[in-house]
Design a protein. Structure first.
Length: 151
C-alpha cells in the first residue's frame, strides 16, 4: 500500500514520526513536504497529497498541520477525496469503514505522538465496508459531481 504524506511547519515533527512508523510497518510512503519547521502555507502541501490519492499515485494519504483542520478543508476540495480529521481511533476506523475515507488529517498541537500513531494504525488497518454505507458514499460522490467544476 502506498501512502502519500505531507505537513506544514506546524505538523512537521508529527509527520516525521509517522514516516518512521510507516517504514517500521512496511508501508511504502512518499513525503510531499515540507522538509523543515520553517513557516510555509499548508494548502500547498495538502493539495499535493490529495492530488496523489485522487490521481492514483497513492492509495491513501496522511496530512498533518497544527490542528489538522486547515489541511482537511484543502484536501476535501479535491474531487475524489474524502478526508477525515480524527482525534481518536474509533473515528479513524469508522471513517474508513463507513465513509471510505482516503485521507487522514491530524493536528500536531492537539494530539500526542502516541495517540497519533494509534490513530494512523486504525486508519490504515481499516477498510471500507460497503453494503449499507455504499448509498451514502454514492450520495457524497453525486454532490461532488454536481458542484465540482472540472478544469
Amino acid at each position: 500500500m502506498k501512502i502519500a504524506i505531507a505537513s506544514d511547519h506546524g505538523g512537521f515533527r508529527l509527520k516525521e514520526q509517522i514516516k518512521v512508523y510507516l517504514a517500521e510497518q512496511g508501508y511504502d510512503s512518499h513525503d510531499y513536504g515540507t522538509m523543515s519547521e520553517a513557516s510555509v502555507d499548508y494548502p500547498d502541501f495538502a493539495l499535493q497529497v490529495a492530488e496523489a490519492v485522487a490521481g492514483g499515485t497513492a492509495d491513501l494519504g496522511i496530512i498533518c498541520c497544527g490542528t489538522g483542520i486547515g489541511v482537511s478543508i484543502v484536501a476535501n476540495k479535491v474531487p475524489g477525496i474524502r478526508a477525515a480529521h480524527c482525534h481518536d481511533t474509533f473515528s479513524a476506523r469508522m471513517a474508513r469503514e463507513h465513509n471510505d475515507a482516503n485521507v487522514l488529517t491530524l493536528g500536531q498541537r492537539v494530539l500526542g505522538p502516541g495517540l497519533a500513531l494509534e490513530i494512523v494504525a486504525a486508519f490504515l488497518q481499516g477498510s471500507y465496508a460497503g453494503g449499507r454505507h455504499a448509498c451514502r458514499v454514492d450520495k457524497i460522490k453525486a454532490i461532488e459531481r454536481k458542484y465540482c467544476v472540472q478544469g
